[in-house]
Design a protein around this ligand. Structure first.
Ligand SMILES: NC(=O)C1=CN([C@@H]2O[C@H](COP(=O)(O)OP(=O)(O)OC[C@H]3O[C@@H](n4cnc5c(N)ncnc54)[C@H](OP(=O)(O)O)[C@@H]3O)[C@@H](O)[C@H]2O)C=CC1
Ligand SMILES: CC(=O)C(C)=O
Length: 317
């Protein structure tokens, strides 16, 4: 295995390792060990969010790996995300301070607006009334202006967006003093996001692929749902390259210049997923994988359905 992870350069000159560890659904009791295992394996990029309810335990791993001399803070790239209940501009600084306090850090490297859709502020992360999510209608442009202030205050090196569609990215670009550096979106062969990637990259916005393995542990998965990692065409490619399906899926992203953050709490898989920098998919196989696109979303964001800013309801991409 090689520890040489290429990086991608943002429009502000900051570099992000093209490969990192996802932490959604990683239980507080297992994520500290997973992050330590990942750092020991060579990962230097961890993808976090207030929503994941485990930032304290991620922070404990970071602190331990700094304490034992494996890494310095500046060797790491830490991303976190502003949750939907904190979109009101006066809540944004408080939200990042909670995250920084939980992670035990003075700054994050990248802070993303998690979704363009605001929820009712103040209480539960999924505020509900009569079985429906209670929305708020804060314009994400106003949220973005508050995000911009976080950079000047040193709480984050860069700011970006997540789950924003083309029209929403265009609106941000038209208003921004600081351009987003990154749009983190679901991306894998069944939803290859070619159009959104081309659009964002043309405007200097990098893409991070979330759920690159098809998120088999997503809470709403049903037993007979399609499983990306069971795809027979991907299995054939894995055999051809003497790699696993997961490694083919991850290599596909990094080879097209897309940052990716697979989640695992299993040490052997954490090591396996990282072992993708010593082989190359042939151009015809990259094109073949591109042809699997079928607008297949594993994270449809039903908790935002009906919100005027829902990113997947009305627009082509
Ligand atoms: N911005 C956003 O809105 C979103 C961001 N994300 C981010 O992206 C990350 C990754 O996406 P996520 O949805 O978690 O799903 P992934 O596609 O990364 O899949 C994770 C699942 O795959 C399993 N797995 C990992 N490696 C292997 C392997 N080599 N072989 C077989 N199974 C494997 C894991 O199991 P195990 O852990 O048991 O090993 C887990 O069940 C998230 O954790 C989060 O950080 C995700 C969704 C939305
Ligand atoms: C996992 C995640 O980031 C969601 C559902 O917003």
């Amino acid at each position: 295995m090689t520890n040489k992870v290429p990086s991608v350069t943002f429009n502000n000159g900051q570099k992000i390792p093209i490969f990192g560890l996802g932490t959604w659904k990683s239980k507080p009791g297992e994520v500290t060990q997973a992050v330590k295992d990942a750092i020991d394996a060579g990962y230097r990029h961890i993808d976090c969010a207030h929503l994941y309810d485990n930032e304290k335990e991620v922070g404990a791993a970071i602190a331990e790996k700094i304490r034992d001399g494996t890494i310095k803070r500046e060797d790491l790239f830490i991303t976190s995300k502003l949750w939907n209940t904190f979109h009101r501009p006066d809540l944004v600084e408080g939200a990042i301070k909670i995250t920084l306090n939980d992670l035990g850090l003075e700054y994050v490297d990248l802070y993303l607006v998690h979704w363009p859709t605001a929820y009712k502020e103040g209480g539960s992360l999924f505020p509900e009334k009569d079985g429906k999510i209670e929305f708020s209608y804060v314009d994400y442009i106003d949220t973005w202006k508050a995000m911009e202030k976080l950079v000047g205050k040193g709480y984050t090196k860069s700011i970006g967006i997540s789950n924003f569609n083309k029209k929403q990215v265009e609106r941000i670009l038209a208003e921004a003093k600081i351009k987003p550096v990154n749009n983190q979106v679901e991306c894998h062969p069944y939803l290859n996001q070619r159009k959104l990637i081309d659009f964002c990259q043309a405007h200097g916005i990098t893409i991070t692929a979330y759920s690159p393995l098809g998120s088999p542990d997503r809470p709403w998965a049903k037993p007979d749902d399609v499983r990306l990692m069971d795809d027979s065409k991907l299995k054939q490619l894995a055999t051809k390259y003497n790699k696993t399906v997961a490694q083919i899926l991850l290599r596909y992203q990094v080879q097209r210049g897309v940052i990716t953050v697979p989640k695992s709490v299993t040490k052997s898989r954490i090591i396996e997923n990282f072992d993708i920098f010593n082989f190359e998919l042939q151009k015809n196989d990259m094109d073949y994988i591109d042809s699997f696109d079928c607008n297949g979303r594993f994270v449809p964001f039903t908790a935002g359905l009906g919100h005027p800013d829902h990113p997947f309801e009305n627009d082509e991409f």
